[in-house]
Design a protein around this ligand. Structure first.
Ligand code: ZN
Length: 410
């Protein structure tokens, strides 16, 4: 399905994807066959390509590594108008950062880690480095992780949010994880109820998959979500793991693999990633939880739900301090308020009326001259002095002059 941007004359959604397609088709190298396979595979999670790509989108130098189609970071920089940047603080080996005044992308240090505005996402394919030292990012990850966050107005199947379906992930005989600190079913139901009240106050229609600590089958959860109009689906859970593991994690539907059927959840995978990032950011900033990152998984409700959907792991029931904190009413309220803020942030960019406030389709220009971050020009050191006010400089010189005068008098 192809969408047109409201208020944006005939610009097709995902010009990024459209721009890449002709590049791949034109390849006549030994990798061409593999590229075709990758194309056929990724076509499952993309809208159909148009007859002709818009002329204003630049060339993407796609290449295939281990059967996966990659694009150079240089092309990503050029498309999104980003510059090389120096990561904050201590230099970490394997980290590569690009950005502009509004957004930063930091790849690494692990090959699947990407931080967008310091929020952690896990890529479907590890980044690679080519012979020139440029980073290669899988086309799928550009489309499914970077694109929906950087340009939410281009999200496939973008539509306004009216209903929020909240799924307390366990109930009845299914208690979820039980530890000495907390019971998963109790916390998820409590946060769900509080989140529901908060969202109702903010004008959303709210539905629950269950409200009375009842068991709900996986299909029952999916049916409730799919029956709601213009909805998003948020499934609430607690994580379990080693006793030192803590923090919130957000899961969205994993892209369809080779020879896998395209599922209803894949139609909204870009929107789901944007929703996950909005919720995760709100949890980290407002509930002050550790950022466990946005991840992809083949979980049953996420595959089958016909709307943007996430599974929110609010924290680790197995971590003594976090488990204890999750069990408090105060923290449950904080989590609910943060999640409601995340829903609001997502709903704002999904509303077609917000197009006027969000960026227009970027016109791809030749990449700007790279800035060498390792060796700043000598001039940079002298610059702050230039910005000193004349008075300040005079004040600083004054004692020296006075001493000279004093010396002369002597
Ligand atoms: Zn669970």
């Amino acid at each position: 399905m192809r969408l047109k941007m409201a208020g944006c004359s005939g610009v097709l959604v995902l010009p990024l994807m459209l721009a890449m397609a002709p590049v791949v088709m034109a390849q006549e190298t030994a990798a061409a066959k593999a590229a075709e396979t990758a194309e056929a595979e990724s076509a499952k999670v993309m809208p159909e390509a148009p007859a002709a790509a818009p002329s204003r989108v630049g060339t993407w130098h796609a290449r295939v590594v281990d059967g996966v189609e990659y694009v150079p970071l240089e092309d990503i920089r050029s498309f999104y108008k980003l510059m090389p940047m120096q990561p904050k603080g201590r230099k970490v080996a394997g980290q590569r950062m690009v950005g502009n005044g509004e957004v930063t992308l930091c790849f690494g240090p692990a090959p699947r880690e990407l931080r967008i505005q310091e929020r952690l996402c896990f890529l479907s394919h590890p980044v690679q480095e080519d012979a020139t030292g440029d980073l290669l990012v899988s086309r799928l990850d550009v489309q499914q992780v970077i694109e929906p966050v950087l340009r939410p107005t281009y999200i496939l199947n973008r539509r306004a949010v009216r209903t929020v379906v909240i799924d307390p992930g366990h109930g009845g005989h299914d208690t979820g994880t039980v530890t000495p600190y907390v019971r998963e079913a109790d916390v998820t139901l409590s946060v769900a109820t509080r989140l529901g009240s908060e969202l109702k106050k903010r004008g959303y229609e709210v539905r629950f998959t269950q409200e009375q600590n009842q068991y709900q089958s996986p299909q029952g959860r999916v049916d409730k979500a799919n029956a709601a109009p213009a909805a998003i689906f948020i499934s609430l859970h607690l994580n379990s793991g080693r006793s030192d593991m803590h923090g919130a994690q957000m899961y969205t539907v994993a892209p369809a693999g080779k020879n896998e059927k395209r599922l209803p959840g894949h139609e909204f995978s870009q929107a789901s990633m944007a929703l996950a990032m909005a919720l995760q950011s709100a949890l980290v900033e407002k509930a002050e939880t550790e950022d466990g990152g946005c991840r992809r998984a083949h979980y049953s409700p996420l595959n089958s739900v016909n709307c943007p959907s996430v599974m929110a792991e609010l924290g680790f029931a197995t971590h003594p301090a976090e488990g204890t904190r999750l069990n408090t009413e105060e923290y449950q309220l904080k989590l609910a308020a943060a999640l409601a803020d995340g829903v609001d942030a997502f709903a704002r960019v999904m509303n077609p009326a917000s197009n006027l406030q969000v960026q227009k389709a970027p016109v791809v220009e030749p990449p700007p001259t790279p800035v060498k971050v390792d060796a700043p020009p000598v001039k940079a050191k002298t610059e702050p002095r230039k910005t000193q006010s004349r008075k300040k400089a005079q004040r600083r010189r004054a004692p020296a002059r006075n001493n000279k005068r004093r010396n002369r008098r002597r």
